[in-house]
Write a protein that binds this ligand. Structure first.
Ligand code: SF4
Length: 881
C-alpha cells in the first residue's frame, strides 16, 4: 500500500498527514515525522478521507450557466478581463483569493494582478483571519515575522491564551500544551475570553473580560510593569524604541480603570499581572478573538508592547505568538497576496516596486496598495469593480454585511469563481465558473503558523476536468499576451521563482528569504520535508532578535485602548445583546468540505445559538426553541442552547451555516462591516442585536436519501437546518406544516405511499421502496423531539421483514447516546454520564471504558467538563428534598 505524505487543508497548525491508498480505500493518519503534529490529528483531520466524495463537486467549466470547454471558458474570461481593463483601467479588476490556496496558486495570481494587469486589488479571505496580527508585527518588528515556534509552547513557563478556543479551533496545539502542562504541572495557563469555552478546562486562571476590552487589559499590564519598576530598562534601551511614548499612552490605566472596562476584579488583575511580569518564559498565544476587532491591530500591539517591555521575546519559551486560522494564510503573506503588500514581504516603496518590476520583467507594476477585502466588495457594489475573480472561497457567507456582499455580486459585470465545489452561495452569482482541484488532487506548498513550509501532495486524479489554480491563472496570463513571464509548467517551476524573488537583492534586508530553495530540483521539491524559513542561500543563521527595521530596533507602539464601536443610532432594543461568533469543534468555514462527512455533523447537528440560561428565561425562551437574532444589517434564526459559560447579555453563534444549510443562518450578516482602520480586518466578534423567541407549533425531523428525488419544500418553515449524514440528509424544521411538507414529498415520490403512524404526541411517516427514501417525525413541542440517531439509521439499514416495525420509532439496535461527544468512536454524552455513574471518576477511566478521546483527543475537554458537571451534581436525595 502506498503512503503519500501531505498536509491537512484546514487550520493553521499545518499537521502532516499520511494517506494510505489501496484502490478506492483511503486511510488517513497523522504523520509521525511532521514537527507540527508528531503523528496527531484532530477530529477534522482524521475525517479527511470521508470528505473525498463526488457530492457537489464542480467538474466542468460553465459560462452563464452553460457547460463549456476549458478553451471556450478561458477565452471568454480573458476577453472580458481585457475589455474591462481597456474600458475602465486596471483598478476596475479585483481578485479575491483564499487561505485555502497553495502558495504557488497565490504567487501566480498575485504576479498577474500586480505585475501585469498593473492593479493591486488582490486581497484574500485571510484578511478576515489575521490581518491585524500582520499589521501589528510590521509596526513592532518591522516585518510580518512570527517570532515563535511550536517548541516554545513546550518551553514556556506561562502561556496566555487570548481570544482563542484552541481546544476546538487548533486542537493539536491545545493537546500539545496540555501534554506539556502534564509534564510540568507548574506551567501556568491563563485564558482570556469572554466565554467559558472548552479551552478553559486547561486554564489555571480564566479571565472572562468584557468583549473587546483586551486593549485595556494589556495596556494596564504595561502600566503595571512600569509602576512596579519591573521593566527591563537596560534591555529596552538596547533593543527597542518608543517605550516612553507607549508608557505615556497607558499612564491613565490604573487597576481601577482597567477593572471598570474589563469587568475583572482588581484581585484578578493583580494576580495575572504579577504572574506575567515575574515569569521569564511567558508566551502569549492569540488568534481571531483578538484580530477580528475594529481595534485589532492596536490590541495585538498592546500584547507585543508587554513582551518588549519585559524583554520576553527572541528566546525559547517566550514571545507574542499569532496563530493563524487557515491552512495557508502564512503562504499568502509570504507571496504578498494581500492588497497592502507588493510581493515577498516587500511593500509599495519606489525601491520595492522597481526591484520586483525588474525581477518580473514588467514595467507596468502596481504603484500603490489596492482595496482590502471589505472595501473591494463595496467598490463592486458601487460599480467601481467591474470584474471580480474569486478563488477558493465563499465571500457571500464569510464576509460581514452579507446583504451588501450579495448586492456587490449582483451588480458586478463579470464574476468569475474558481472552486472545487459546485453549489455555494457565492457560486450562484458567478458568470464564469471554473472547476479547481481539491485537496488530494492538487500539489504545492503551504506554510503554517510557525513558518514551516510543507508540501501538499497529489494522491488522487483530478475530479472531472478540474485544474490547479496556478495552471488556470497561468493560462489566462498567456492568453493576455504574457507568455514569457508565465512559463510555468509545474508547481515546482512556480516555487523556484517564488523562492528566487524572496532572495532577489535581499542580502539580509528582508526577513522572508528562502533563497536556498531557489534552484531546487523537481525531485527535491517533490520530496521537500517540512522546512522552516528563513532559509537564505548563504546559510546565514536566523537573527537572535526579530528586529527588521533599518536601525535593528523593535518598536513599542503607543496604543490608547478603546472599546468596540456601538451603533448608537439604533434603538436600545436592537442593542440589547452582544453577538460573538466563532468555530465549532468539528466544522470548518462554510462546511463545503467538512459538511460532507457524516461523522463530523453529529457533534452539533443544527445551527444553534448559545445563551446564558438567565437570559433565555428573561426573553421567554426555552432551550431547544427557535430564537431570532436581529439587527439593522441581518437576521439569524437558530435553536436556543443554554450555556452557563456564555455571559449574560451575550450570544455566541457558530460561523459555519449558510443559506445552503439553513433558513437564515448567515452570522456574518449580523456584522455591519466595521473594520480596523489599520489592518482592514472586519470586526466579527462584536455586534449588537435584539433576540426574541419565535414560538412554533410544529417540529419535524426528516431524513432524505441521496438520489431519492425528494427535495423538501420548506417555504412555510420558521426555521430549518440540515446536515449530511450517511446516505443522505437530516433536517430539522420548525413551524412548517407537516401535512404540507408531506404532500410535497408525496408529489416527488409519486406512487410510493408512506407507512404512517399517529399518536397524540407525534406522527411518523416513512416512504420506502427497496430502501428508505424519506422519513418524517413530527410533533407539536420541541421537547418531544427524540434524539435523531434512530431516524438517521433508517437510511443505511436493511429493511426489516415486517416493515411496520420501522414505525415503532426506536429501533432496539440503535442506542440513543445523546449528543455525540467523541466523533472518532461515536460516543455520546449519555454513555459518558452513565460511565461516570458506574464509577469512572477520571477522564482516563472514562476513556479506558468507552475509548472516547483515545484517537484524536479533540473531545477530551468536553469529557472533562461532563465529568465536572456530573461530580458537581447534587445527590439524588438532595434533588428531591
Ligand atoms: Fe488539521 Fe486538526 Fe491539525 Fe488543524 S489541528 S491542521 S484541523 S488536523
Amino acid at each position: 500500500m502506498s503512503v503519500c505524505k501531505t498536509t491537512c487543508p484546514y487550520c493553521g497548525v499545518g499537521c502532516g498527514v499520511d494517506v494510505k491508498r489501496d484502490g478506492d480505500l483511503i486511510a488517513v493518519s497523522g504523520d509521525i515525522d511532521h514537527p507540527a503534529n508528531r503523528g496527531k490529528l484532530c477530529v477534522k483531520g482524521s475525517a479527511l478521507g470521508e470528505t473525498l466524495v463526488p457530492n457537489n463537486r464542480l467538474v466542468h467549466p460553465f459560462v452563464e450557466g452553460v457547460r463549456e470547454s476549458w478553451d471556450s471558458a478561458l477565452e471568454t474570461l480573458t476577453t472580458r478581463l481585457m475589455q474591462t481593463i481597456d474600458r475602465f483601467g486596471p483598478g476596475s479588476v479585483g481578485f479575491y483569493l483564499s487561505g485555502q490556496l497553495l502558495t504557488e496558486d497565490y504567487y501566480v495570481a498575485n504576479k498577474l494582478m500586480k505585475g501585469f494587469i498593473g492593479g493591486a486589488n488582490v486581497d484574500t479571505n485571510s484578511r478576515l483571519c489575521m490581518a491585524s496580527a500582520v499589521a501589528a508585527y510590521k509596526r513592532s518588528l518591522g516585518a510580518d515575522y512570527v517570532p515563535c515556534t511550536y517548541d516554545d509552547l513546550d518551553d514556556a513557563e506561562m502561556i496566555v491564551m487570548v481570544g482563542s478556543n484552541a481546544a476546538w479551533t487548533h486542537p493539536v496545539l491545545y493537546q500539545r500544551i496540555e501534554a506539556a502542562k502534564t509534564e510540568n504541572p507548574h506551567k501556568r495557563i491563563v485564558l482570556i475570553d469572554p466565554r467559558r469555552t472548552a479551552t478553559a478546562d486547561l486554564a489555571d486562571q480564566h479571565l472572562a473580560i468584557q468583549p473587546g476590552s483586551d486593549g485595556f487589559l494589556f495596556g494596564g499590564l504595561l502600566r503595571y510593569t512600569n509602576a512596579r519598576d519591573l521593566i527591563d530598562s537596560e534591555w529596552v534601551q538596547a533593543h527597542t524604541s518608543g517605550a516612553q511614548e507607549a508608557l505615556a499612552a497607558v499612564a491613565d490605566l490604573s487597576l481601577e480603570v482597567v477593572s471598570r472596562h474589563t469587568g475583572l476584579s482588581i484581585a484578578q488583575l493583580e494576580q495575572f499581572y504579577a504572574a506575567f511580569a515575574n515569569t521569564e518564559r511567558v508566551l502569549t498565544f492569540y488568534s481571531q478573538g483578538i484580530n477580528q476587532s475594529a481595534s485589532g491591530t492596536d490590541d495585538c500591539n498592546a500584547i507585543i508592547n508587554c513582551h518588549l517591555a519585559l524583554g520576553r521575546i527572541g528566546q525559547p519559551g517566550m514571545g507574542p505568538f499569532s496563530i493563524t486560522g487557515q491552512p495557508n494564510a502564512m503562504g499568502g503573506r509570504e507571496v504578498g497576496g494581500l492588497a497592502t503588500q507588493l510581493a515577498a514581504h516587500m511593500d509599495f516603496t519606489a525601491e520595492d516596486v522597481d526591484r520586483v518590476g525588474r525581477f518580473w520583467g514588467s514595467d507596468r507594476l502596481a504603484q500603490a496598495p489596492g482595496l482590502k477585502a471589505v472595501d473591494l466588495f463595496r467598490a463592486a457594489a458601487d460599480g467601481d469593480i467591474k470584474f471580480l475573480w474569486i478563488m477558493a472561497t465563499n465571500p457571500a457567507v464569510s464576509l460581514p454585511d452579507s446583504a451588501a456582499v450579495k448586492t456587490a455580486l449582483e451588480r458586478c459585470e463579470t464574476v468569475v469563481v474558481s472552486d472545487c465545489v459546485r453549489d455555494t452561495e457565492t457560486n450562484r452569482y458567478a458568470h464564469i465558473l471554473l472547476p479547481a482541484m481539491g485537496w488530494g488532487e492538487k500539489s504545492g506548498t503551504v506554510t503554517n503558523s510557525e513558518r514551516t513550509i510543507s508540501r501538499q501532495r497529489q494522491f488522487l486524479p483530478p475530479a472531472g476536468e478540474a485544474r490547479a489554480d496556478w495552471h488556470i491563472v497561468t493560462d489566462v496570463a498567456r492568453r493576455m499576451g504574457f507568455a514569457d513571464a508565465f512559463p510555468f509548467e509545474s508547481p515546482a517551476d512556480v516555487f523556484r521563482e517564488h523562492a528566487g524573488l524572496s532572495a532577489f537583492e535581499n542580502n539580509g534586508a528582508r526577513d522572508f528569504d528562502i533563497g536556498a530553495l531557489a534552484d531546487i530540483t523537481d525531485a527535491d521539491y517533490e520530496n521537500l520535508p517540512p522546512t522552516r524559513w528563513p532559509l537564505p542561500a548563504d546559510g546565514r543563521s536566523e537573527e537572535h532578535l526579530p528586529a527588521f527595521f533599518a536601525d535593528r530596533r523593535m518598536r513599542l507602539v503607543s496604543v490608547v485602548p478603546r472599546l468596540p464601536d456601538v451603533d448608537e443610532d439604533s434603538s436600545p432594543s436592537t442593542r440589547e445583546f452582544v453577538v460573538n461568533s466563532g468555530r465549532l469543534r468539528d466544522q470548518w468555514h462554510t462546511m463545503t468540505r467538512t459538511g460532507l462527512a457524516g461523522s463530523l455533523a453529529r457533534h452539533r447537528r443544527f445551527l444553534s445559538a448559545s445563551m446564558n440560561p438567565v437570559d433565555l428565561e428573561r426573553i421567554g425562551a426555552k432551550a431547544g426553541e427557535v430564537i431570532l437574532i436581529q439587527n439593522a444589517t441581518g437576521r439569524v434564526t437558530a435553536i436556543a442552547e443554554a450555556d452557563a459559560g456564555t455571559k449574560q447579555g451575550e450570544v455566541f453563534l457558530p460561523i459555519h451555516w449558510s443559506d445552503c444549510f439553513s433558513s437564515e443562518g448567515k452570522v456574518s450578516g449580523l456584522f455591519p462591516g466595521v473594520t480596523d482602520p489599520i489592518s482592514g480586518q472586519p470586526q466579527s466578534k462584536y455586534a449588537r442585536a435584539s433576540i426574541r423567541p419565535l414560538k412554533t407549533s410544529n417540529w419535524t425531523y426528516m431524513v432524505v436519501a441521496d438520489d431519492s428525488g425528494v427535495s423538501p419544500v420548506l417555504d412555510s418553515a420558521v426555521y430549518w437546518s440540515q446536515v449530511r449524514i450517511d446516505g443522505g440528509l437530516l433536517m430539522i424544521v420548525a413551524g412548517g406544516d407537516p401535512e404540507v411538507i408531506a404532500s410535497r414529498i408525496q408529489d416527488d415520490l409519486g406512487e410510493q405511499r408512506p407507512l404512517s403512524l399517529s399518536s397524540p404526541k407525534a406522527n411518523y411517516r416513512i416512504w420506502a421502496g427497496d430502501r428508505v427514501n424519506c422519513a418524517m417525525f413530527s410533533c407539536t413541542r420541541c421537547e418531544d423531539l427524540p434524539e435523531p440517531s434512530w431516524l438517521e439509521s433508517l437510511l443505511t439499514r436493511e429493511l426489516p421483514r415486517r416493515r411496520w416495525q420501522l414505525l415503532a420509532g426506536y429501533d432496539p439496535g440503535v442506542e440513543d447516546q445523546g449528543p455525540l461527544v467523541c466523533s472518532c468512536w461515536e460516543v455520546g454524552e449519555k454513555a459518558i454520564r452513565a460511565a461516570i455513574r458506574d464509577g469512572a471518576d477520571s477522564v482516563s477511566e472514562i476513556s479506558e471504558s468507552l475509548r472516547c478521546g483515545t484517537r484524536c483527543g479533540s473531545c477530551l475537554p468536553e469529557v472533562r467538563s461532563i465529568l465536572t458537571s456530573e461530580t458537581a451534581a447534587p445527590a439524588p436525595d438532595e434533588q428531591t428534598a
